[in-house]
Design a binder for this molecule. Structure first.
Ligand code: 6R9
Length: 650
């Protein structure tokens, strides 16, 4: 086979679904057709078909007060009942809901009946602790079954969860507890990571000490068996309360617009945004996409989404989508390379995983390690692969399909965001011809467009800004406590069209290619980080005078955090080794925000490139960090400055 050089530059490979796959596919042509003919009717049908309602809805969408949408708002349902009780009532109580695999190799199979009983017990404990409808509960747990139980128990009683990723620091946790005024924190003594126990409870104590005082109780799961500090009266063990609680619990219905959760995500400013999602519309779209995009056959499939529940992917495609659909899934506690680099593939083999959903950063790091590692395992159970979190480059897509998927199974690249709640753009397996590197087409019932900065649609193949032109069921309902910021961030730019913050272009077939963020949000290993947040952490260090942060492209993590720091004159004299200063600052950011925010590099410099109005030109720093020729410097106040900085960086 001759490969022409332009193939690599302009991806032209196409993969038609195999006839065998197409013949059994869940999604069919009628779906897209139905959505085109009557979009609202289509979503109403999905909501009725996929979910059980305590009180049926009669209104589908109320968009009379944009951007505040209401979906199915005169209907009532209980989200947890939809994920649990109804499957048990349908005779599926013995079906495994979760094959849980701990990092040290312990494991637990939990059936729908068992999961339902434990959620009922936890719901009773929450009520006893005084948590009621609308109250906020912070969840800071490792990937153990109790994380899922906690989320569902909170949902069951109509409270609101705010899951904080276990890798976040005490400061990050404290600001999230304060912003949501959480009255309960659910945590663990510790969890396993890379073969060691990392403590969580001490971090919770440290965080609570920094909050304004909303927390009444801390419920602690025993997992790491590490020693933990204890506050009598406030702290309770899960195994001494939940395990002994009654497994009888009558769930009530809540209105479809009842808040379900808040999830904090990085924005363009230093302060994370509390993205608010509600019940009926959210559950409809996550269940719909989980079923159709992953071609779910719940009787036979074993599904595995590798995301942590601390991120939106874990909310929608570990907890709510799979459980609403009665799927059997794998949940793994640890890191991919512990105790050996083939751990994921060993898990696929052990549980005969048929659907795998992961991030390009993981795929690229497996590529680096080499195909001999996955090839040592039997991966023939796999029949569908998914990708999320950042653009997947065609080479990684092809490797994923060939080395992991055996060469002929569909790979779906799914574009969506914390804010969109559920998948928005993706191929439909069995229907769409697949094109490596492109997220492809909006799913049925979703309308997107690509606009130029002035709001006119981009014709042809030029790039522009991705917008969602019509409200969708799982859309965010706001930013917790800040309706103005919600309007400003997403709706001010294009009126009633949702501005996603991503650049995109359409190719000649109408397929959509994502081009990365257009704002100061970085994407590191599929996780969103804000340049402003890391900058403010850097300047909070006593040595720092000024800091600028950029996301530089990185072979494995997509982007990496690169910081440029000017030290205070008083310190610069004292510190004779810049390497020592940069190490200290990397450690500081990691401690303040979390290990995911730790800069790959911190360059100590004397100057930063600024415009005459004093704005830092991050574009030039990015050129430098990526080893490119420095771009146009004519708008700099001092055009020679980049030479000075370049010399210092080298
Ligand atoms: C689900 C999730 C959202 C941002 C989004 C975009 C990037 C996500 C992508 C993708 C290209 C894909 N992104 N999926 N870019 N192709 N398939 O990741 O949510 O953490 O909020 O991040 O991630 O830039 O705007 P979230």
């Amino acid at each position: 086979m001759t490969v022409q050089i332009d193939h690599a530059l302009e991806e032209i490979r196409r993969f038609r679904p195999s006839p065998e796959f197409a013949a059994q596919a869940v999604a069919d042509e009628h779906l897209a057709e139905a959505a085109r003919t009557d979009r609202l009717g289509f979503w109403a049908d999905q909501a009725r078909e996929l979910l059980d309602w305590e009180k049926p809805f009669t209104r589908t969408l109320d968009w009379s007060n944009p951007p505040f949408a209401k979906w199915f708002d005169d209907g009532e349902l209980n989200v947890a009942v939809n994920c649990l009780d109804r499957h048990v009532a349908a005779g599926l109580g013995d079906r495994v809901a979760i094959h849980w695999e701990g990092e040290p190799g312990d494991s637990r199979d939990i059936t729908y009946a068992e999961l339902t009983a434990e959620v009922k017990q936890a719901a009773n404990v929450l009520t006893e602790l005084g948590v009621g409808e609308g109250d906020r509960v912070a969840i800071y747990l490792p990937m153990i079954p109790e994380a899922i139980v906690s989320m569902l128990a909170v949902a069951r009683i109509g409270a609101i969860h705010s899951v904080v990723f276990g890798g976040f620091s005490a400061d990050s946790l404290a600001s999230r507890i304060d912003d949501a005024e959480a009255s309960l924190v659910i945590t663990a003594d510790g969890g396993y990571r890379k073969g060691k126990v990392f403590p969580l409870k001490p971090t919770v104590d440290e965080a609570i000490a920094k909050t304004a005082g909303s927390v009444q109780h801390v419920l602690v799961v025993r997992r790491g068996e590490n020693e933990v500090p204890w506050t009598d009266g406030r702290d309770l063990w899960w195994h001494e309360t939940v395990a002994d609680a009654s497994a009888q619990h009558e769930a009530q219905g809540f209105t479809a617009e009842h808040p379900l959760f808040i999830l904090y995500t990085s924005g363009t400013t230093g302060k994370p945004k509390g993205i608010l999602h509600t019940s009926g519309g959210y559950l409809t779209q996550v269940a719909f996409t989980h079923k159709n995009v992953f071609d779910l056959h719940p009787e036979t499939d074993v599904y595995w989404c590798t995301a942590d529940v601390g991120w939106i992917t874990g909310h929608s495609y570990v907890v709510y989508g799979p459980l609403a659909n009665g799927a059997t899934q794998v949940v793994y506690e640890g890191t991919p390379d512990t105790p050996h680099p083939g751990r994921w593939w060993e898990i696929v083999e052990k549980y005969k995983v048929s659907i795998l959903y992961t991030a390009p950063t993981a795929i690229r790091s497996f590529m680096k390690l080499g195909r001999q590692i996955p090839q040592a395992f039997n991966l023939r159970s796999l029949r569908l692969l998914g990708s999320v979190g950042e653009p997947i480059n065609p080479e990684a897509w092809i490797w994923y399909r060939h080395v992991i998927g055996g060469g002929s199974i569909p790979v779906v690249d799914t574009w969506w965001q914390t804010e969109t709640g559920a998948i928005m753009i993706s191929a439909l397996p069995g229907i769409t011809d697949l094109k490596p590197g492109s997220a492809q087409v909006p799913i049925p019932g979703i309308s997107v467009d690509i606009l130029s900065d002035d709001g006119t649609p981009v014709e042809g193949e030029g790039g522009g800004l991705l917008v969602v032109t019509e409200p969708w069921p799982s859309m965010l309902r706001g930013i917790w406590g800040d309706p103005e910021r919600f309007k400003e961030t997403y709706w001010e730019k294009f009126g009633d069209k949702y501005f996603a913050g991503d650049g995109a272009r359409r190719d000649e077939d109408g397929d959509i290619w994502l081009l990365g963020r257009v704002d100061d949000v970085m994407n590191v290993s599929g996780h969103r980080l804000s340049t402003a947040e890391i900058e403010s952490s850097l300047v909070a260090h006593p040595w720092t005078a000024e800091a600028a942060v950029v996301g530089a492209s990185d072979e494995t993590t997509g982007q990496a955090v690169v910081a440029f720091v000017i030290l205070k004159a008083s310190q610069a004299e004292r510190i004779n080794d810049p390497a020592e200063a940069s190490e200290e600052l990397r450690r500081h950011v990691s401690a303040q925000i979390g290990a995911i925010a730790r800069p790959r590099q911190v360059f100590i410099v004397n100057e930063l490139p600024k415009t005459r109005s004093g704005k830092i030109m991050r574009r030039l720093l990015r050129d430098l960090a990526e080893g490119r020729e420095i771009g146009d410097t004519t708008t700099l106040a001092d055009t020679s400055i980049m030479q000075v900085i370049s010399a210092q960086v080298r």
